[in-house]
Design a protein. Structure first.
Length: 248
């Protein structure tokens, strides 16, 4: 009899575990997909970086983005390429889409969010096709994290293993008139978030605790506005170490 009870308990624990797993996965799991990357990535520096755009004329920012990335990560890239705009097929566009209340339930407006994996797969394919070391996408679509779908309205995310990042401009558009001209404010946030994600691809997943460092984690646009475009001394030392390890 005790044996049977233990067995029942075991089943119960398993059931609860499964329940937790299902609630964490959320509604879009069945539509999502595993990332496929044929070529094992062994990244050597310097490398080629490509930037792919999706959305309303944000590709006009490319030249400025390039200047900022070269300033922060000088000599880490042979070149930074504008890969232009890409398009989703209709089928892919609706894949994994999750509806969420805009402004976190403060209004009844619903917004359609896209999983980061969808971007990663397009980026992986393009990265392999173009022989790039790493690749980033800038989009105006709202994104949520495929690894944790409780994380909504991401500014950006990086998949370290696959060397790709996605940055969404949607939440970077909040405007505070008392501070800056609207365009300057928006563009500066875009540059910071792109530098931040490229920083992850080079330095790794850790966030920096230094106030003002671009590698500090940002919860909202105020956090972004309060940090600089630069790496702090500690993060610069990390770059130097990587540079020394790769002999360049
Ligand atoms: Zn980060
Ligand atoms: Zn730092």
């Amino acid at each position: 009899m005790p044996k049977l009870q233990r067995y029942v308990q075991k089943i119960r624990r398993y059931k609860n575990k499964l329940k937790r797993l299902i609630s964490r996965i959320g509604i879009s799991y069945s539509e999502e997909f595993e990332l496929i990357d044929e070529i094992p990535v062994k990244l050597l520096f310097p490398c080629h970086l490509g930037i792919l755009f999706y959305g309303a004329s944000i590709d006009t920012l490319f030249e400025k983005i390039k200047v900022h990335l070269n300033q922060t990560f000088d000599s880490f890239f042979f070149d930074i390429r504008n890969l232009g705009e890409f398009n989703f097929t209709n089928e892919l566009f609706s894949k994994g889409v999750k509806k969420e209340y805009k402004d976190m339930k403060k209004s009844s407006d619903v917004i359609k969010m896209h999983p980061t994996n969808k971007f990663y797969q397009i980026l992986i394919n393009k990265r392999n096709e173009e022989n790039l070391g790493m690749i980033l996408s800038l989009t105006d679509l709202p994104i949520y994290s495929s690894s944790d779908d409780n994380i909504l309205f991401l500014f950006g995310e990086t998949h370290l293993k696959h060397r790709c990042s996605v940055v969404s401009t949607l939440k970077l558009k909040e405007y505070f008139p008392e501070r800056r001209r609207i365009n300057d404010q928006f563009e500066e946030r875009v540059f910071k978030e792109i530098i931040h994600e490229v920083g992850h691809m080079i330095i790794g997943s850790d966030h920096c605790q230094e106030s003002g460092c671009v590698m500090r984690f940002s919860n909202d646009v105020h956090n972004i506005d309060n940090k600089s475009l630069d790496l702090c001394e500690k993060c610069k030392t990390k770059l130097l170490k990587i540079r020394n390890n790769h002999n360049f």
